[in-house]
Design a protein around this ligand. Structure first.
Ligand code: NOJ
Length: 458
């Protein structure tokens, strides 16, 4: 039997926009997602937008009861900035305070530790209109929002996170066009990455002033970069991929400094963002207490065989090319490779290169389309999800046995939720959400997860 250390965290994560719904209710203002859906509904799978999602804003009192039934001893959600502070700055919305306090209190009453994240891809539209993460003013407003959240909910939250997967909004807003405003502008991407890191560090600085009993961290999606071969060009490509995809936030967040190779690379191409020495001091002095790691897929790369024109647009793909390894195992619904061993590699990397900082898996899971076909006697038998969890846990356990300071495993997610442009295409939940009736039903994986948590292993 695989046993995890005592007091291991078991649970799941979700986010405000993906679960609350009520996107225009009780004074909440528009986010970039509300606006984008209004402008371009066809971009969203089946044209389902963020207005309703899992409707937890209305249903949270019932929904929190599923946490225990699915073995949670911990649970993460995020606060909607646009709900707490409509427009992103100024007055606090009392209705939001009442909602979050009651929601959070009920989670605690279930005996579940509460993890709260401040930014999960949901920029208030007014903040985006003044430049989003490319703007210093937005950084300042974010820090005010963070400070307000620490003050209002500090007595209820056990662990805070400043950001979820910060590299994702950077790439999706300004390189890949999966988030509003869907531009391709590397200069903005770089500035937005720097400002996001600064915002995280400044929020940590604000957190310390409250002298709360809780801890503060950041959630990074680590996609270890594996090179196609041992050829030096492939290895160099993997090194650069790792710098951009992982170390860009991992190093400043945990070690307080950007990796020299990344700074040199940007310098060589005259692409350094605007910053001051004082900013670097803030980053140095405000590192995280612990780390959340979302892991879904590895990043396999090979060298880019083509010459880059001197005036070419500055994109990560100039330095490496994704490598489609023959025979790789795929989650075909999401288009992601399944490679559990990477979780072991992450554990060892954190142990050896990041001071063996306390960390936990804050997301891991499998999005699957049309789960209806797996219904047996009324219940979805998602055996493939159970296998997915088991395989990842086996690798994680190896890392823990070898001394990595991992304290928990949370899945994405406990109830089927809305996945941005993919809307409800793929389902991830331990609990099924019937979109027509809003009914909730436990899946096989939900029952399995409860036993896993009770036994602290499997
Ligand atoms: C990462 C993100 O944090 C979450 O918002 C998303 O829905 C899941 N992964 C699944 O793709």
């Amino acid at each position: 039997m695989i046993k995890f250390p005592k007091n291991f965290y078991w649970g799941s994560a979700i986010s405000a926009t993906q679960s609350e719904g009520a996107s225009a209710k009780d004074n909440k203002t528009e986010t970039t997602w509300d606006r984008w859906y209004k402008e371009d509904p066809y971009k969203f799978y089946d044209q389902i937008g963020p207005e309703l999602t899992t409707n937890m804003y209305e249903n949270y009192k019932e929904d929190v009861k599923w946490l225990k039934k699915t073995g949670h001893n911990s649970y993460r959600t995020s606060i909607s900035w646009a709900r707490l502070i409509p427009g992103g700055k100024g007055e606090v919305n009392q209705k939001a305070v009442d909602f979050y306090r009651d929601y959070f209190q009920r989670i605690k009453d279930e005996g579940v530790e509460l993890f709260v994240n401040l930014f999960h891809f949901d920029m208030p539209i007014e903040m985006q209109e003044i430049g989003g993460w490319t703007s210093r003013e937005v950084v300042n407003h974010f820090v005010e929002y963070a400070d307000t959240a620490f003050k209002l909910f500090g007595d209820l939250v056990d662990r805070w996170f400043t950001f979820n997967e910060p590299i994702v909004h950077v790439e999706c807003q300004y390189l890949n066009q999966y988030h509003y405003p869907a531009e391709v502008n590397p200069e903005k991407a770089i500035q937005s990455a720097f400002n996001t890191q600064l915002a995280s560090s400044l929020a940590i600085q604000a957190f310390r002033k409250h002298e709360l009993d809780s801890k503060v961290g950041i959630i990074l999606n680590l996609t270890p970069a594996y090179s196609r071969s041992s050829n030096p060009n492939d290895i160099e490509a993997a090194k650069i991929a790792d710098l951009i995809a992982c170390k860009s936030f991992l190093d400043p967040s945990v070690l307080g400094e950007y990796p020299k190779e990344l700074v040199d690379l940007l310098k060589d191409y005259d692409k350094l963002p605007d910053y001051t020495d004082e900013d670097l001091e803030v980053i140095k002095n405000n590192t995280v207490d612990f780390l959340g790691v979302n892991y879904y897929q590895p990043l396999r790369v090979k060298e880019n065989p083509y010459e880059i024109k001197e005036d070419a647009i500055f994109l990560p793909e100039n330095f490496y090319t994704p490598f489609e390894m023959p025979g790789r195992r795929m989650n075909i619904y999401r288009g992601w490779e399944i490679y559990p061993k990477a979780l072991y590699d992450i554990a060892i990397n954190i142990r050896d290169n990041y001071n063996n900082i306390e960390w936990l898996v804050t997301e891991n899971g499998m999005g699957v389309e049309n789960e209806e076909r797996f219904r047996e006697n009324g219940q979805i038998n998602d055996h493939y999800r159970i296998d997915f969890f088991k395989e990842h846990l086996t690798e994680l356990h190896k890392g823990v046995e070898e001394g990595s300071n991992c304290i928990g495993y949370q899945v994405w997610t406990f109830i089927d939720c809305w996945s941005w442009l993919n809307a409800y295409k793929n389902r991830y939940g331990l609990v099924e959400l019937d979109l027509d009736t809003q009914e909730r039903r436990i899946k096989k994986s939900g029952e399995w997860f409860k036993t896993l948590s009770e036994n602290n292993g499997f």
